[in-house]
Design a binder for this molecule. Sequence first.
Ligand code: FAD
Length: 285
Amino acid sequence: TSPPSTAGRSLPLPVSFEFFPPNTEAGAEKLKAVVRELSPVAPEFFSVTYGAGGSTRERTLSTVADIAALGHEAAPHLSCIGSTRQNIAEILDTYRKQGIRRIVALRGDLPSGTGTAGEFRYASELIHFIRETQGPELKIEVAAYPEYHPQQRYARRDIDYFAQKVKAGATAAITQFFYNADAYFHFVEEARSRGVDVPIVPGIMPFHNYARIAQFAQRDGIEIPRWVQLKMEGYMDDVASIRSFGLEVVTRLCERLISHGVPAIHFYTLNQSALSLEICQRLMR
Ligand code: FAD
């Protein structure tokens, strides 16, 4: 894919944007506006998350259809925990009929205390199943964790399992968000040393709302550098300073990643266009 362009300037690499499926009609309309706002940077695709156990099955599907109707490639996420082979086969069948060419394949997490694991224990089993039933054409993206998956005690094993998952048939990986570029570079090196040769695309989370992002980071074992934390906390409710400092930190992170030759950037948008768009504009040359 060629890099996107706008008004004579262009991004030095492809980008993609992630959404969650809105749960109201108004939310769906708003998301269409967000897709239009992000269109000028010509994203490679928009991805749409999927609630574990199938809780957003219909909404993920309708969001994907809305994005496709606006002329963009849409990639549904599909998580397998709590599902049967039959369920997954039905969903894959629907996606094939819709002309979906790319899926983000995940294990997912069961909401605590609910349900049973189902017929797939790990994402690698889902990927095997997708490859077996859908053939070689479908692009399969998988998750990668530069600061390791929070449920895995041994970092080394996490990379081994990641490599297994790619060998099962993934065509690319998207990382969990991070603010420590060295963690990403090290992860990529380790993966390469295990024979992983697919693109490992950094997932970038702009500071949409510092308190909320800090909560996600805490939950998922992601480091927000101490100097960033202290500065953000020091701004208290000075929204303008939080926004401008957050943009600076994340833009610099992207610039560093780009200078190291990352293949693309995936933005966690939380269904908002402003910050991702602003960062893309700052990265244009
Ligand atoms: P896996 O790769 O299966 O790994 C899960 C854990 O099992 C890890 O600790 C790993 O080390 C371990 N493991 C793997 N294989 C083995 C094995 N053979 N033996 C023993 N241990 C093993 N969640 C959703 O519910 N919906 C979404 O749409 C969604 N989208 C996401 C998108 C991205 C880009 C990312 C990074 C995450 C997303 N998640 C989503 C979250 C994800 O589902 C959770 O992080 C989940 O806990 C792990 O999913 P996985 O696919 O990485 O699992």
